[in-house]
Write a protein that binds this ligand. Structure first.
Ligand code: ADQ
Length: 463
């Protein structure tokens, strides 16, 4: 089997592995992929330095080599906080109201992609298979080709692909998308995002598309585009669930909620996750059922992320205000309806919290997949499972909410519909909880991160 070279914005170097917090789903998934195959993982160290000598930090651990470079203050500002997280992230999550259209940051984005190519190219060997990840590095494949890479190179987009009419609001959108045709394989989380991409290629680029195989031809270049829904590291997560840390966390939450039903949300603090809208829905539930304030306690765990970006500072203020209002209006000396926790927890602790909470609330306004939804299901007791309330706009809804079975699907924009789903979940009989759980657990267990990696890497290697 050829060696795997993974390239992503950030690399989880060994000593940082397993660290709780805003590391995100991507790091966990890639760790598992590289552990299985052995290989190299290249990316930004997360550190700032003005040193442009191209110094690289190499570490070897468990058959995986990590190679990282630092970025300058200007690079971080323009590439990471700027184009990636203030332009592409909001736009790809359908938020053109939050999208910044600055050419300057676009140039910084291209410059850092070029820098990545320059740094990683000497590490790539002839037979390596190269796998590039996410919106930070869309043009990297083209930059590697320009430097002579003949390897199989694949790209996976972890976030949604926006509808064509939104994407065309981006200056130089054609230039960005055309760079993707230098990959051999492009993976999306769902058929929905894949269809949007194909629509763009046909209608904006005039590419010819074979809808059966996903083959896209344009100006002499050919790329395959397919959907590969990412999964969780099932075995690892179950292993954590059997351990002491998870048990202690479960007991801790159960003891603190006493006779009330715990409902949980776990998200990075990000406007795409629909947190203010979620709090509005919970507020509506308490307004409509004041007598149930004693039945239900909501725990929202949301560690801050991307704090240098203005829209992320704003979301934090909004959330504090909204939870404060509801708690102010509905608290008693012995009851606080919403616990809002601004920190991260280990996966083992999250397993325990998920298992203790009888309702999981995962209501992003738009999400590529959403691994929290799958983790919530994986942590349930099959004999007494909780209910997952899931946004219809999360990629995970395609797998977990199909045919009205599995999760209760909601429109996260509507406080009324959210309130109704919460009431339905609270009153749901055991038999229905079990049958909904059974509709989800197979795909969560089987279509896990190892399956995902194997599917993508096999297609990438074979073409
Ligand atoms: P994220 O937007 O980071 O990932 P998600 O898929 O939910 O979102 O992954 C989050 C991961 O971080 C989960 O493993 C979760 O347990 C962990 N996490 C979240 N909040 C946490 C907290 N408070 N404490 C500790 N851990 C926490 C992006 C895309 C997603 C896509 C993934 C993987 O936005 O749509 O599912 O990549 O492709």
């Amino acid at each position: 089997m050829s060696r795997l070279v993974v390239i992503s914005n950030r690399v989880a170097v060994p000593k940082a592995r397993g660290v709780a917090g805003a590391q995100g789903g991507l790091a966990g998934a890639l760790n598992a992929a590289l552990k299985d195959r052995g290989g190299l993982w290249f990316g930004w160290s997360g550190q700032e330095s003005e040193d442009r000598t191209g110094n690289m930090n190499l570490q070897r651990n468990d058959g995986v080599t990590t190679a990282t470079i630092d970025l300058s203050h200007r690079d971080i500002d323009e590439y990471y906080n700027g184009y990636a997280n203030s332009t592409l992230w909001p736009l790809f999550h359908y938020r053109i109201d939050l999208t910044e259209y600055e050419n300057e940051t676009g140039r910084g984005y291209e410059r850092v992609n070029e820098r990545f190519a320059e740094s990683v190219m000497p590490l790539i060997e002839e037979d390596d298979v190269v796998w590039v990840h996410d919106y930070h590095l869309i043009p990297l494949g083209e930059r590697l080709r320009a430097r002579g890479a003949k390897n199989r190179i694949g790209f996976f987009l972890h976030i949604p692909w926006p509808p064509t009419r939104l994407l065309t609001s981006l200056p130089f959108h054609e230039r960005l998308v055309k760079t993707m045709l230098d990959y051999d394989l492009i993976g999306f989380q769902t058929q929905e995002w894949l269809s949007s991409f194909v629509h763009y290629c046909e209608n904006e680029l005039g590419a010819s598309v074979d809808h059966e195989t996903g083959r896209i031809d344009h100006e002499g270049r050919t790329v395959l585009a397919r959907a590969y829904p990412i999964g969780i590291d099932w075995e690892h997560f179950q292993g954590l669930g059997a351990g002491e840390e998870a048990k202690a966390a479960e007991e801790r939450l159960l003891a603190s909620t006493r006779n009330r039903t715990g409902m949980i949300g776990v998200d990075r603090l990000d406007y795409s996750k629909g947190l203010p809208e979620r709090i509005d829905g919970i507020g509506r539930f308490y307004d409509q059922h004041p007598e149930r304030t004693r039945d239900l306690i909501f725990i929202q765990i949301a560690p801050p992320s991307r704090e240098d970006v203005e829209s992320y500072q704003h979301i934090r203020e909004v959330l504090e205000q909204k939870t404060g209002q509801i708690n102010g209006a509905r608290s008693e000396v012995d009851i606080v309806p919403i616990r809002y926790v601004n920190r991260g927890y280990s996966h083992a602790e999250l397993f325990g919290f998920f298992r203790a909470a009888k309702i999981g609330l995962v209501t992003p306004l738009r999400d590529g997949m959403n691994l929290v939804a799958k983790e919530y299901v994986a942590a349930q007791d099959p004999e007494d499972p909780g209910v997952l309330i899931l946004s219809e706009f999360a990629g995970a809804a395609h797998q977990l909410g199909a045919n009205g079975e599995g999760a209760l699907l909601v429109n996260p924009h509507s406080p009324d519909l959210l309130a109704r789903a919460i009431a339905q979940a609270l009153d749901m009989p055991l038999a229905e909880r079990k049958s909904r759980y059974e509709a989800m657990i197979g795909t969560v267990r089987d279509d896990n991160v190892r399956w995902w990696t194997t599917e993508f890497c096999t297609d990438l290697a074979e073409g």
